[in-house]
Design a protein around this ligand. Structure first.
Ligand code: URA
Ligand code: SF4
Length: 202
């Protein structure tokens, strides 16, 4: 079973969102609280894809509203991109976590889960038809470009792909939070620089 078994007949964002809420395309529907579908304008010229919802996204039902979302917002702002004019989603739409005391610790989705969930992302791209596609981190990039893709080697480049007129990959904003505090400023600047490439395409 994959998300493909739950796709609605008519592909519109409201129909997709409603159908995804009942998805049981992989075991993660029992792990996360709710499906966190993408959000943004149906006619957005850019789509940004993250990995999967985190703890706060899982509670809110919205993508990129927690700590990584704040880094993302800050970087978008610095690059001159208005978040309300783009569409933001994730490669996997349920939060995968493990308990550590009272905390819910993020666990990286595996290839089976990424593959099971990909039909939602493909449907979002088919409906929004963005001119520019931005893959945030290895999970999003590998889900759509193949497992051999390396963000570290190709970040900020315009990639050869049929997914959109312009496709690019960069780091995940949470990597800036996880990195050494002394590297934070430089890592954020490099992320903003990759997003400035995107801003020029819009
Ligand atoms: N990390 C992601 O990849 N996506 C979110 O929505 C939040 C954190
Ligand atoms: Fe469906 Fe994706 Fe959630 Fe798995 S992670 S149940 S495929 S929405």
């Amino acid at each position: 079973m994959t998300a493909a078994d739950f796709l609605p007949e008519r592909l519109t964002l409201p129909a997709l969102r409603e159908a995804a809420a009942g998805c049981r395309g992989c075991h993660l529907w029992q792990v996360g609280t709710q499906t966190v579908f993408g959000e943004g304008a149906a006619g957005a010229s850019a789509v940004f894809v993250g990995e999967q919802p985190g703890d706060q996204e899982d509670r809110a039902g919205k993508p990129f509203v927690g700590p990584a979302g704040r880094v993302f917002d800050e970087a978008l702002d610095a690059a001159g991109i208005d978040r309300t004019s783009v569409y933001v989603t994730n490669a996997v739409k349920h939060f995968k976590w493990q308990a550590r005391g009272k905390r819910r610790i993020h666990q990286k989705p595996n290839w089976t889960e990424m593959t099971a969930c990909r039909p939602w992302l493909e449907a979002e791209l088919a409906v929004v038809k963005p001119r520019v596609l931005v893959l945030l981190g290895a999970t999003a990039a590998q889900s759509l470009l193949g497992r051999q893709f390396r963000v570290t080697q190709h970040r900020g480049e315009l990639l050869e792909s049929d997914l959109a007129e312009a496709v690019t990959a960069t780091v995940h904003p949470s990597s800036i939070l996880r990195g050494e505090p002394s590297d934070r400023e430089a890592n954020l600047a490099a992320f903003v620089s990759d997003l400035t490439v995107v801003a020029k395409l819009l």
